[in-house]
Design a protein around this ligand. Structure first.
Ligand code: HEC
Length: 130
């Protein structure tokens, strides 16, 4: 009886320990969320520019450039090579490159440049965001 209890106790401690290690590992890699939060911030700023109809070319361009460079971090920090996922990330980079090259100088041009970018955010989230 005592032995059985000790074995049970050992199992419980093991399970709790494993759960703790898993959450510690997650906490130690804040990068996937950090990259997404950064992109969310820049998309939010562009969205706000559109809604408030204040689309200064220089500030738009800076947010687009920050999105473009941040998007290159997605695959390395998520650490997955699943093709569907890396394809979405590549498409995002390509579309951001086009948006940066388009250098939108007013709200109408920004809306056109941003649409395919937003579509890619959405499509990857639908597939891979739990
Ligand atoms: C290649 C796939 C992919 C693309 C493209 C992508 N995301 Fe994400 N995003 C994810 C995944 C997966 C999560 C969930 C991450 C998690 O919970 O750890 C996420 C989560 C987020 C979050 C929530 C972060 C949090 O605090 O939980 C924001 C904000 C976000 N993405 C913004 C964006 C924006 C803006 C774009 C487009 C410019 C974008 N994402 C493009 C895969 C992607």
């Amino acid at each position: 009886m005592r032995v059985a209890l000790l074995i049970l106790l050992g199992l419980v401690i093991g399970v709790i320990g494993t759960a703790n290690v898993m959450s510690a590992l997650n906490a130690r890699n804040p990068m996937p969320k950090a990259v997404m939060t950064t992109m969310g911030y820049h998309m939010g700023a562009l969205d706000h520019a559109l809604k408030s109809k204040q689309c200064a070319a220089a500030s738009i361009q800076q947010h687009l450039a920050r999105l473009q460079s941040t998007a290159t971090d997605i695959v390395p920090v998520f650490g997955t090579h699943e093709k569907g996922f890396t394809d979405e990330a590549t498409q995002l980079q390509n579309r951001l490159q086009l948006a940066v090259q388009a250098a939108p100088a007013d709200c109408a041009a920004l809306a056109v440049a941003l649409k395919p970018v937003g579509d890619t955010c959405k499509s990857c989230h639908q597939k891979y965001r739990s």
